[in-house]
Write a protein that binds this ligand. Structure first.
Ligand SMILES: Nc1ncnc2c1ncn2[C@@H]1O[C@H](COP(=O)(O)OP(=O)(O)OP(=O)(O)O)[C@@H](O)[C@H]1O
Ligand SMILES: [Mg+2]
Length: 225
């Protein structure tokens, strides 16, 4: 197995009204292709900060970020956005589906941004919704879906562009335990049977115990267990 992402000595300090808030203090993290990794740690330990950096939503203050074999630490924002759009799929606790669009349109959106013709995008989105077992709900808007159904639509949206890695920040955090288990079943299936590389940030021991590898973040550093 070769690595997909390597973070070397990553630090992130937020500037808050002239006060420095160190959130990450020298993180080293290697993500192999095909891995399913959980990142755990108490509230405020730096998990979402790490996820934002991994997902190229935010830049680190110092350190080196390698994506595949490329050092992308010093790339400009537009270049990073391009990598983010093509290589990374996100799943969030609060789903972030667009309220005015129905399930099908939400899933089509990433393809639309890539300039894929509408007919082709619609076909792919239908197939992906079917795969996530919410195909029959394609014309429902987010408020007309349960939490678990919304998360399935959000996962379909994360997968539709064939990203190299899926980042999930508390993807099951807003769901009851049975629905959370089902969503985890789905992510585990995608990892095992489609060799998707997945990073899950979670508070939930039941979730992290089902991942191959667990990384614990404590006070901005990875805890060596
Ligand atoms: N935009 C910001 N500006 C200033 N400080 C921030 C910002 N975002 C996060 N922090 C601080 O950085 C630290 C890490 O925050 P982070 O959101 O990464 O924690 P977390 O592990 O995701 O916590 P939780 O489990 O509660 O989601 C915290 O001390 C937080 O207050
Ligand atoms: Mg967080």
């Amino acid at each position: 197995m070769s690595f997909l992402i390597k973070l070397e000595n990553i630090s992130k300090t937020y500037l808050l009204a002239e006060r420095q808030v160190p959130a990450l203090k020298g993180i080293n993290f290697t993500l192999q292709r095909g891995e399913l990794v959980a990142i755990i740690g108490s509230s405020g330990s730096g998990k979402s900060t790490l996820m934002n950096i991994l997902g190229l939503l935010d830049q680190c203050t110092s350190g080196r970020y390698l994506f595949a074999d490329e050092d992308i630490s010093h790339l400009a924002k537009d270049k990073l956005a391009l990598i983010r759009n093509q290589k990374i799929g996100f799943i969030f606790q609060s789903f972030y589906l667009l309220p005015r669009l129905n399930a099908l349109e939400n899933v089509m959106l990433p393809l639309f941004y890539r300039g894929i013709p509408r007919r082709q995008a619609e076909q792919s989105a239908r197939e992906m919704l079917d795969k996530m077992q919410v195909g029959a709900l394609h014309d429902h808007r987010p408020t007309q879906l349960s939490g678990g159904q919304q998360q399935r639509v959000a996962i379909a949206r994360a997968l539709i562009g064939e990203p190299e890695v899926i980042l999930a920040d508390e993807a099951t955090g807003a769901l009851d335990s049975r629905t959370s288990h089902e969503v985890m079943d789905l992510l585990i299936h995608l990892n095992r049977h489609e060799r998707r590389t997945i990073v899950i940030i979670t508070h939930d021991r039941e979730v992290s115990q089902r991942c191959q590898r667990v990384v614990t973040i404590k006070d901005g550093r990875e805890q060596i267990s």
